[in-house]
Structures are given as C-alpha cells and as structure tokens.
Design a protein around this ligand. Structure first.
Ligand SMILES: C[S@@+](CC[C@H](N)C(=O)[O-])C[C@H]1O[C@@H](n2cnc3c(N)ncnc32)[C@H](O)[C@@H]1O
Length: 336
C-alpha cells in the first residue's frame, strides 16, 4: 500500500507530543520494571497524545452513547487511563476500557491500581504540580483531564518501579515522585486482566467494540525487535506477515462498523525486517544496516486489504534507525 492519504484531523500540539518529548530525555517511562520482570512493559501517561486525542474525538463522534474498548498490550493501564480521561466528562461516563497484557507483573500492578509519575527520565513529569510554571495552555488542558479522573495517594507498601533505577534518579537534586490512583467513581470503567491479542475473539463473547488498541507491541509479537540498529539475533524463520494478518483479521471481526484500530508510533511497529518467507521482489536492501526490509509494510498491507479499513490519522515518525529519515505512519485505522 502506498501511504499518501491526507490527514485532515486537526489536533492540538500538546506539550506532551512525542516530538517534544524526544527532545527532553532519552527515556520516557513512568513504569520502569526490573529487566527480569519484563523488559518490554515500559509505558507512560499520554504517550503519543496526538493519536490518543484524535481517537477520543472520533470515538465521541461515532459512539456518542459510549462503547466498549479493548486495550491490548495495555501494560499497567496508564495508556487506558489517558484515553479514558480524554473521553469522559462528569456527565458523560459511558465508555469502558477492558485492558489486557501478557505480562504478569504489569497486570499485577494494574490490578493494584497505584501509579507513579516521577522526574527526571519520564515524559509525563509535566503532570507533577511542581512543574506548573512550565505549563502552556495545552499542558494545562491535559493536566486538568488527568486530575479529573486521578487523585494523589500515599506511597504503597509494595515496590512499583525497579528500585535500583529509582535510587539512581534520586541522586538528582530535582528528583520528584508522586503516587496516583483512579478516583472511586471511575474505578469500574477500567479493568485489567491477563490476555493476548491472539485471543481477542474469546473476549466479550457476542459483543463488538468501538476500538481496539495494540500500541507499541506488534514488534514484540513478530519479533521485529531491532533497536538502535539491526539486530543480528532476529529469528528470520518467523513469518511476520502471517502473524500480522491473523491479528488484523480478528481485530476486524471484533470491531463495530466505524470502530478504530489504534497503533503505536514507533518505527519498528511499522517497518519490518524481511524474514525468510519474503520473496526477493518484495524486499529491499538497506545498505547502512546490511539487511533486507519488507518493501511494503506487512501491517499496512494487511489493514488495507479488501478495503476493510481506512487510515484516519498519520504521524510523522522518526524512522532513522532503518530508513534514516522521517516516515509518515498511520496510527489510527477505521473499519469501513
Ligand atoms: C512497550 S509496552 C507498550 C505499552 C503501551 N501500549 C504503550 O504504548 O505505552 C508493550 C506491552 O505489550 C505486551 N504484549 C506483547 N505481546 C502481547 C500480546 N500478544 N498481547 C497482549 N499484550 C502483549 C507486553 O507484555 C508489554 O507490556
């Protein structure tokens, strides 16, 4: 599929937008698990706010009376809380987000329901009241959404983040950490359980949903795990196209007409190292990394097949690892 459709959606340029976040620090996570607990569950509040904000606007328009939302790869639920805060206002509490993740540790923390926001080394530190002197109008708006559903709570008796990591951050004279939980009236609107997107057809049987999220996780599912350059450890026998097609087919079946499939905005979720199942004519050589990649993104191809989905939001993403340049990637697809 040639990616050239125009994104007509106008979204505010929040201080939390990924491009500005990237300038601020080399890490982003407000959840930092120990490596042996799960190396991949990093997340933060309002990660890729542009996509979440556009999704919330479209969902409110398409499903004004509310809808069920399935958030796969939810980690501990910070993503779901962020989307939920953009969807609800006090008189309009009709959306329910069912979160699923394959990580025991992330699900355990999500079920306990206490979240950290800290400074430095996170993108969402602007949520901390201490930084209000840095607020621009967009940041103030996000903060007001966050505090409309979350409230501060005391430090829990259990550890949330990797303690060694936090000990290092504490050396900074500017170190700050706060703990938050959902306000009681919103608690039953976000539910977190263990689950795998490959079993999406077994979730909420006989019910279709308004949105499915699977952000920053397709690379894990397909083993497309190059980071900071090509990984020579990749298992090239994995058929990435087949894995992606199966997921996309199931997501399509689960969505209501007009429903959204919401994806991440990192390069490796969209651009794929060619595996051994790709024909020569369907791959191109990237000399800087001495490797082949799929000529056409298997994810975009699966989504545009048979005219089932249309892309509704594009983002400019830093694709410097493999392509050495910016790339427009569609992060929201709508079921036709
Ligand atoms: C990098 S985190 C992304 C969290 C959140 N979506 C975000 O973008 O901030 C990836 C998460 O995907 C989960 N995951 C990987 N494969 C999955 C699958 N097949 N189904 C559900 N969750 C999965 C991992 O356990 C991990 O917590």
């Amino acid at each position: 599929m040639k990616i050239s459709a125009v994104n007509n959606f106008k979204y505010p340029n929040y201080a939390f937008s990924i491009s500005s976040q990237r300038k601020q620090s080399p890490s982003f996570s407000s959840l930092k698990l120990k490596n042996d607990e799960n190396n991949y569950s990093d997340t933060c509040f309002y990660r890729d706010i542009d996509t979440l904000d556009c999704a919330a606007t479209l969902l409110k328009k398409t499903f004004p009376k509310g809808t069920d939302i399935l958030d796969f790869a939810s980690s501990n639920g910070e993503e779901a809380i962020s989307l939920y805060s953009l969807l609800v206002n006090t008189s309009n509490n009709k959306y329910k987000i069912h979160c699923f993740d394959t990580s025991d540790r992330a699900v355990e923390l999500g079920k306990k329901g206490i979240y950290t926001v800290f400074y430095p080394m996170s993108y969402d530190y602007l949520l901390l009241p201490e930084f209000s002197m840095l607020d621009d109008p967009n940041t103030r708006e996000i903060k007001s959404k966050f505090y409309s559903v979350m409230e501060e709570t005391k430090k829990p008796s259990y550890e949330i983040n990797d303690i060694n990591y936090l000990c290092q951050l504490e050396r900074s004279p500017y170190f700050k950490i706060k703990y938050y939980k959902l306000k009681d009236e919103h608690k039953d609107k976000i539910e977190i359980n263990k689950g795998n997107i490959n079993n999406i057809d077994k979730v909420l049987p006989n019910k279709k949903v308004g949105a499915v999220l699977f952000r920053n996780a397709m690379y894990i599912e397909t083993g497309n795990s190059y980071a900071n350059g090509f990984s020579f450890n990749e298992d090239l026998n994995v058929n990435k196209k087949e894995i992606i097609e199966k997921i996309v087919d199931k997501v399509y079946e689960k969505l209501l007409p007009g429903g959204l499939f919401i994806l991440g905005d990192i390069e490796k979720d969209h651009i794929y190292i060619a595996d051994n199942h790709v024909n020569d004519k369907d791959k191109i050589f990237v000399s800087d990394y001495c490797t082949f990649i799929y000529k056409n993104s298997p994810l975009w191809e699966a989504l545009s097949k048979d005219d089932r989905f249309e892309p509704v939001l594009y983002k400019n993403v830093d694709a410097s690892v493999i392509l050495g340049k910016e790339q427009k990637v569609p992060t929201i697809w709508r079921k036709k």
